[in-house]
Design a binder for this molecule. Structure first.
Ligand code: BEZ
Ligand code: FE
Length: 298
């Protein structure tokens, strides 16, 4: 049998997939094998470093449960999640090239680990603050397609951390849902609701990924943001954020999720009558943002 030399190993692994019946899997695994071998050669990886990597991945797996996903965090903090988001959006943009839209679609960003399926469905204008900390903020705007046509009955899922930067999911196993809801746009595509102005916060950094960030000399913080997920029949689903324009860390988001087009001015207002007629007894902010969805046919 011909002996394989180190530089032939990657091709030998790829050749063993000759009987693979899944062309896309074959393509992805071939590229993965090629790049991993090139990486090992480039850095001349030592046995101790490879074992350290395996121990790190093992610890990341042990950290995962229904409420904690350390691998998503790893993907996010290495910029891979945003690379995948970017590839998906670029595909949509390429499809639109032949027939350019009047309005640019809203940019997408990471989903993050704090989405919780089944948030309460509330009437437009509802206040989802409950007992959570934070300065009140009124969110409003319109959802249209890229031709400017309002999207009625679009489901708008919203969720954020509180004024101290903590999500409900981080507050213990029995903590109830907080600062999350589902709204539906009205006949003109408009939405409005009250919540808080989200604060910046660290991504969960008490596990292997936190250790990795510290060893890399990186901070774990994300700028303040409101998560949104928009779904409407006949349109591509959009997962994005609204970033608070004067938040720290806009220039160094730990997960590389900031897009300039998603930075929103949270206008400060003194106590008094808010845009929806509500009389506020304390200062509040107003955040206005119009979303543009891509029609699915595109
Ligand atoms: C977040 O936005 O909540 C988040 C996103 C990625 C990693 C960790 C947290
Ligand atoms: Fe978040």
């Amino acid at each position: 049998m011909a002996q394989l030399e180190v530089h032939d190993l990657a091709q030998a692994v790829i050749d063993r997939m000759a009987d693979c019946k899944e062309p896309r899997l074959k393509e992805v695994m071939s590229a993965l094998v090629k790049h991993v071998h090139a990486f090992v050669q480039e850095v001349q990886l030592t046995p101790e470093e490879w074992m350290g990597t395996i121990e790190f991945l093992t610890a990341a797996g042990k950290m995962c449960d229904e409420k904690r996903q350390e691998f998503i965090l790893l993907s996010d903090t290495l910029g891979v999640s945003m690379a995948v988001v970017g590839i998906e959006q670029a595909k949509g943009a390429a499809a639109l090239k032949a027939n350019p839209p009047k309005l640019a679609p809203t940019e997408a960003t990471v989903l993050g680990p704090f989405f919780w399926e089944g948030a309460p469905e509330l009437e437009l204008g509802a206040d989802i603050t409950g007992v959570s900390s934070g300065t009140p903020a009124y969110y409003h705007g319109c959802v249209t397609d890229t031709a400017g046509k309002p999207v009625a009955n679009c489901t708008l899922d919203v969720w954020s951390g509180d004024g101290d930067g903590f999500y409900d999911l981080q507050k213990g196993a029995d903590a109830p849902m907080a600062l999350r809801a589902r709204f539906h746009t009205d006949a003109n595509g408009n939405y409005r609701f009250w919540s808080i102005r989200p604060a910046y916060y660290p991504v969960p950094d008490d596990g292997p990924v936190g250790g990795m960030l510290r060893r890399m000399g990186r901070h774990p913080n994300r700028p303040g943001h409101m998560h949104t997920m928009l779904s409407a029949p006949g349109h591509e689903r959009l997962i994005t954020h609204l970033f608070v324009s004067d938040s720290p860390y806009l220039d160094s988001d730990a997960v590389f999720g900031v897009r300039n087009s998603l930075i929103v001015n949270f206008e400060p207002h003194p106590a008094g009558k808010a845009p929806d007629g509500r009389v506020m007894t304390q200062p509040y902010h107003v955040a206005h943002y119009d979303f543009r969805l891509v029609p699915s046919a595109a």
